[in-house]
Design a protein around this ligand. Structure first.
Ligand code: TMP
Ligand code: ASP
Length: 239
């Protein structure tokens, strides 16, 4: 799909956002660009945009069916989704089932320890500040989100976690952690952005092999091959 450059509203590290004729809808275009460490490391990953667009569309539909409102409307081409235009709430929610990544580093614990229940962490969405961790009180007092919005975000995140854990578990994959972003739409909180292996940790059950963007962050192999493997597990065919 060719999108008019003059309609581009925003360009992020992995996606572009375009206006549509409807004031309350946008097109989200998935690029092949991968970045890590806040854009310090960059590469083009063949077909990542196609894989992530389809995976996220598929998972957003499941999430909506489970009762969590989302900004996703429908996929309109291999790299493009029609979505509701939301005001992004600048608080990222990370859900963790297993110790990994920044939690392991921050507390000096080894990766791999299973948590007794899901841990929710909040980060202030700011590239300039490298997404610092904050708590709910800070988010409310500084006006990043209202208390009721955070409550809804936390409840929705746990529903999404239950759904995704079961989904990936059935495919022989452990959901270690993932990041969600929410937006405001017509007075309600809705799940926005994406659900993809760019923003999740997915470990192959039994081997612990990484099937997510850590392959790129940590130079563990070919991310394009990894994402193709994940695609095949989900859709039963090779891309
Ligand atoms: P972390 O362990 O580095 O805090 O990451 C937790 C989860 O959030 C992990 O699944 C990857 C995801 N994530 C993003 O989606 N964007 C980011 O910028 C970072 C740092 C992590
Ligand atoms: N999303 C961040 C970046 O683009 C970091 C990450 O995912 O590791 O650099």
């Amino acid at each position: 799909m060719t999108l008019p450059p003059d309609q581009k509203l925003y360009e992020g590290k992995a996606k572009q956002v375009y206006a549509t004729e409807a004031a309350d809808e946008i097109i989200i275009h998935y690029k092949d660009d991968a970045t890590a460490f806040n854009g310090v490391k960059k590469a083009q990953i063949a077909d990542k945009g196609v894989i992530n667009c389809k995976l996220s569309a598929f998972l957003m539909e499941k999430v909506a069916a489970a009762g969590v409102p989302t900004a996703f409307v429908r996929q309109v081409s291999p790299r493009d989704q029609l979505c509701k235009k939301v005001e992004i709430i600048p608080v990222e929610l990370v859900v963790r089932n297993v110790v990994a990544g920044s939690l392991a580093k921050r507390l000096g614990i080894a990766e791999g320890q299973r948590l007794s229940r899901p841990l929710l962490e909040h980060f202030y969405k700011s590239d300039a500040l490298n997404d610092p961790q904050i708590n709910e009180e800070c988010a409310v007092i500084l006006g990043y989100a209202r208390a009721w919005e955070l409550q809804a975000m936390r409840e929705y995140s746990l529903v999404v976690n239950d759904l995704l854990r079961a989904f990936w578990g059935d495919l022989g994959v452990d959901l270690v952690d993932f990041k969600l972003e929410f937006g405001r739409y017509k007075g309600a909180v809705v799940l926005a952005d994406e659900i993809t292996p760019d923003g999740s940790r997915l470990w192959e059950r039994g081997t612990g092999r990484h099937l997510d963007k850590d392959v790129f962050r940590r130079d563990l192999g070919d991310l394009s091959d990894t994402y193709r493997e994940l695609y095949q597990r989900v859709f039963g065919e090779r891309l």
